[in-house]
Design a protein around this ligand. Structure first.
Ligand code: ADP
Ligand code: TRP
Length: 333
C-alpha cells in the first residue's frame, strides 16, 4: 500500500474565524483532506500565550470546531482534534526545547511583533511559540503545512529543529514546508488598508464567518478607497489593490474582468464594486454561518468528534514520541 503524504495545520481559538483564516488556511484543508492524510486541530495551548481567560476558552474551542465542520471539514476524511487532548505533543515540545536557541527564537518576526513596546509580561510560552508549533507538525511527521503568509518564519524554525534533531540523534523527522495550492502563501488584507485581517484586532476591517449580511455590507461600505483612476491603465493604490484581491478570491472570473476593465478605462464606480463584493462574500459566508450556529448548539456531536479525533491523532503521535525518546536515550526498561 502506498502511504499518503501527511498534512498538519491548526488555528488558535482566539475569536471568530474570518476570511483570512478561510482563504489562507481552511480552503486548502478542504481540498487536501481528499488526497492526503490530514490532521487539523484547534491550537488551544498556543492561544494561552496571548489570551488567558479560563471562562472563555471552552466556548472558543468548540466554536472553532463548529466552524471547521461548517466550512466542510469532514471527520471521516481528516483527523480533527484539540491540541491539549494530546499529551504526546507537550512532551515533544519539551524535548525540542532542548534544541532551540534563545537567540534564534528572539529573532522570529512574530515574536518581535508581539513584544513590541512591551517591557513586562513577556512569557516564555510566547518566546517558544515556534517550538510548540514545530512539535505540532513533527509529532505527525508531516511534510505539508497549509498556512497563510504570516506563518512562514515558524515553518523555517520547524525545519531547523527537525534537521537539528536528525543530525544530532538520527533521522526521524522529514522537513515540513508551508503549503499553498497556488504556490504563493496568501495574506488577506484588512479593509482599512493596514495589515492583515485578524481575529482579535481591527474588528470593523475584518470580515468574520459569523458576520450577518448587514454587518458585511456595512464593513464593505466603510472600506477605504481613493479618488479613482484619472488616466487609463493607472496603477492601483494599496486600498484598491486590496479590494481587487478580495474580488479575485470570492467572485467569478468574469466579474473580476469586468471591474478590471472598468478600472483601466476609468469608468469604475467603487460603490458598485463594493456591492458586488458584499453579495459574493455573503453567498460564501451565509451558509457557513448558519451551519456553524446550528453545530454550536449540538455540543454532544462536537464532543464526540473531538474525542474520536484525539484517539486517532494520539495513536499516530505515540509512535513518533517513542522513537524520539529512544533516539535521545530516554529508554530505561
Ligand atoms: P489570527 O491571526 O487571525 O489570530 P491564527 O493566527 O489562528 O489567526 O491563524 C490561523 C491560520 O489562518 C494560519 O494558517 C494563518 O496563516 C491564517 N491566516 C490568519 N490571518 C490570515 C490572513 N489575513 N490572510 C491569510 N491567512 C491568514
Ligand atoms: N501558529 C499558527 C497561527 O498563529 C497556528 C498553529 C499552531 C499552526 N500550530 C500549528 C499552524 C501547526 C500550522 C501547523 O496561525
Amino acid at each position: 500500500m502506498q502511504t499518503r503524504e501527511i498534512v498538519v495545520s491548526g488555528i488558535r481559538p482566539t475569536g471568530f474565524l474570518h476570511l483570512g483564516n478561510y482563504f489562507g488556511a481552511i480552503r486548502q484543508y478542504l481540498h487536501m483532506q481528499q488526497t492526503y492524510e490530514c490532521y487539523f486541530f484547534v491550537a488551544d495551548y498556543h492561544s494561552l500565550t496571548t489570551h488567558q481567560n479560563p471562562h472563555e476558552l471552552r466556548n472558543h474551542v468548540y466554536r472553532v470546531l463548529a466552524e471547521y465542520l461548517a466550512c466542510g471539514l469532514d471527520p471521516e476524511q481528516a483527523t480533527i482534534y484539540v491540541q491539549s487532548d494530546m499529551p504526546e505533543k507537550a512532551e515533544l515540545y519539551l524535548l525540542l526545547n532542548m534544541l532551540a536557541y534563545k537567540g534564534e527564537l528572539e529573532k522570529v518576526p512574530t515574536f518581535k511583533e508581539k513584544i513590541r513596546g512591551k517591557k513586562e509580561g513577556i512569557n516564555a510560552g510566547l518566546l517558544t511559540y515556534p517550538v510548540l508549533m514545530a512539535a505540532d507538525i513533527l509529532i505527525h511527521r508531516a511534510t505539508k503545512v497549509p498556512v497563510g503568509k504570516d506563518q512562514e518564519p515558524h515553518l523555517e524554525m520547524a525545519r531547523n529543529l527537525a534537521s537539528r534533531f536528525n543530525q544530532k540523534f538520527g533521522f526521524l523527522f522529514p522537513e515540513p514546508t508551508a503549503y499553498s495550492e497556488t504556490g504563493t502563501l496568501l495574506k488577506v488584507p484588512s479593509l482599512d488598508g493596514k495589515g492583515k485581517m485578524s481575529k482579535s484586532e481591527n474588528e470593523m476591517a475584518t470580515i468574520y464567518l459569523a458576520d450577518s449580511d448587514d454587518i458585511i455590507r456595512k464593513k464593505l461600505a466603510r472600506a477605504k478607497t481613493d479618488a479613482g483612476p484619472q488616466t487609463p491603465h493607472s496603477p492601483k493604490s494599496p486600498e484598491i489593490e486590496n479590494l481587487f484581491l478580495l474580488l479575485k478570491l470570492v467572485s467569478a472570473p468574469e466579474t473580476l474582468a469586468y471591474f478590471e476593465q472598468a478600472y483601466d478605462n476609468c469608468t469604475i464606480r467603487y460603490g458598485e464594486l463594493k456591492q458586488q463584493l458584499a453579495d459574493d462574500i455573503i453567498s460564501l459566508i451565509a451558509p457557513i454561518r448558519e451551519r456553524a450556529a446550528a453545530l454550536q448548539k449540538d455540543i454532544h456531536t462536537l464532543q464526540k468528534i473531538r474525542k474520536q479525533g484525539a484517539e486517532k491523532a494520539c495513536a499516530s503521535a505515540r509512535q513518533t514520541l517513542l522513537q524520539a525518546r529512544a533516539l535521545m536515550g530516554i529508554q530505561y526498561d
